[in-house]
Write a protein that binds this ligand. Structure first.
Ligand SMILES: *[C@@H]1O[C@H](CO)[C@@H](O)[C@H](O)[C@H]1NC(C)=O
Ligand SMILES: *[C@@H]1O[C@H](CO)[C@@H](O)[C@H](O)[C@H]1NC(C)=O
Length: 271
């Protein structure tokens, strides 16, 4: 064999090992959340009554996760299933089209909406000079996590490679970017808040202030991270209970225990 062909052989071998490691990642999310499970979780997402029908495809979800290789791939098999169940539950509450007597129950209608209906404001915090709003652009909830406010669109866009301030609409028109914004929010620590990912994989270590505020690990803490200022520290809040309802249904489908601290009614929100 001439010297070059062994070089060529090396080249092919390394290309094929890169390809196969890529395939391993894809297989992981595909085996953790097979399409049949995704479809049984989101029974009504493509119902014509849902404004997002046709948008939140399984393929977009899988493709978006490739940007975040640590999502649902750290810790025990149970921790991975619990993290995905928690993530899917939170995005379901954010986008639900369900109601108490809905067909298949209130927790079968996640991913029904892709954009907030009749926003009460343009969600521009003009005091935020790091992420200045564009004139005529509005930053209402869009996508699976209902990304809101200029100070979230700006950093999400910077991290994911789109101009979140100038082109916030893309979060409701490109389904891969839409899922990526939700995963970005889930995976990214925004001090003093930990990331939802770190909470669900057991990596979160409470500070003294967290201990004083009862912010202990569990699904309830992810609710506090997402919308605690409006929902936590309130006895029996309906929104918090709706999030928990989704999580309990999904944990059942993933055959994993929910773990403790589902609620945040005894937690103080972040300042
Ligand atoms: C904003 O909207 C107003 C009214 O529709 C229009 O006159 C103006 O040119 C727009 N400004 C920009 C920067 O697009
Ligand atoms: C923490 O939880 C305990 C009971 O579980 C409660 O009595 C206390 O008021 C809570 N603290 C805060 C700051 O909410």
């Amino acid at each position: 064999m001439a010297p070059h062909s062994s070089l060529l052989l090396c080249f092919f071998l390394s290309v094929s090992s890169i390809l196969s490691s890529g395939q391993t990642e894809a297989t992981t999310i595909n085996s953790l959340v097979p399409k049949s499970l995704y479809d049984s979780i989101f029974i009504h997402k493509d119902n014509t009554a849902c404004p997002a029908n046709g948008f939140y495809t399984y393929e977009s979800f899988v493709e978006a996760t490739r940007r975040f290789p640590k999502f649902a791939s750290v810790g025990s098999p149970e921790a991975r299933r619990r993290e995905v169940a928690a993530f899917l539950a939170q995005i379901s509450h954010e986008t639900t089209g369900g109601w108490p007597t809905a067909p298949d129950g209130p927790y079968a209608w996640g991913l029904c909406f892709k954009e907030e209906v009749s926003p009460q404001s343009n969600y521009c915090d003009s005091s935020n000079k790091d992420w200045p709003c564009f004139s005529n652009k509005t930053y209402q909830g869009r996508g699976p996590i209902q990304l809101s406010w200029n100070y979230n669109y700006g950093p999400a866009g910077r991290a994911l490679g789109f101009d979140g301030l100038k082109n916030p609409e893309i979060v409701a028109t490109n389904s891969v970017i839409a899922f990526q914004t939700a995963l970005w929010f889930w995976m990214t620590e925004q001090s003093p808040k930990p990331s939802c990912h770190d909470v669900m994989i057991g990596k979160y270590r409470p500070t003294m202030a967290d201990l004083m505020a009862n912010r202990t690990a569990g699904f309830g803490l992810t609710t506090n991270i997402i919308n605690g200022g409006l929902e936590c520290g309130i006895p029996g809040d309906g929104r918090v209970n709706n999030r928990i309802g989704f999580f309990q249904r999904y944990a059942g489908l993933f055959k994993v225990a929910t773990g403790p601290n589902l609620d945040c009614e005894k937690q103080r929100p972040y300042a």
